[in-house]
Design a protein around this ligand. Structure first.
Ligand code: DQA
Length: 145
């Protein structure tokens, strides 16, 4: 099984960025920990981040033949990007939406996810564990196939 972990804008700032909301762990640390877990499970992962909507869209499009699942923390694009949503639909790669923070317990503009209707489901509010839970969910969904 191959899983593409995609991280959107400002997630490269984890560790420095609003630690009261996002914690003090860096994205690099999360990527390393997910890689270790994936190795144990015999799963191949690719862990990427971009601040650019178009780059994320290209990666989602390219996932079509290359990955079984996408785990997507789209950052603020979650709430704004019809283009990301269309890319997920077009790719037909099953996509899990994740967030470190509980977006539903925050500002009103974070309560709407434009991508949610085209995702398998949403994991939100578990900090770095949102990434582990998404990896586990992919493995379980993959077995159910
Ligand atoms: C986030 C939540 C978004 O609302 C925010 O814009 C982010 C991070 C999260 O992981 O909690 O950049 O996706």
């Amino acid at each position: 099984m191959r899983i593409l972990f995609l991280n959107g804008p400002n997630l490269n700032m984890l560790g420095l960025r609003e630690p009261g909301i996002y914690g003090s762990i860096t994205l690099g640390d999360i990527g390393d920990a997910i890689q270790t877990q994936a190795n144990k499970a015999g799963v191949e992962i690719n862990f990427r981040q971009s601040n650019h909507e178009g780059e994320l869209i290209t990666w989602i499009q390219e996932s079509r033949e290359q990955f079984d699942f996408i785990v997507l923390n789209a950052g603020a694009y979650t709430h704004t990007s019809i283009a990301l949503r269309d890319a997920i639909s077009a790719s037909e790669t099953p996509t899990l939406e994740i967030h470190l923070s509980n977006v539903h317990a925050r500002e009103g503009f974070r309560h709407t996810s434009i991508i949610a209707p085209v995702c398998v489901g949403q994991i939100s509010g578990f900090g770095e564990d949102s990434y582990y839970l998404a990896l586990d969910a992919c493995i379980r969904l993959g077995k159910a196939d």
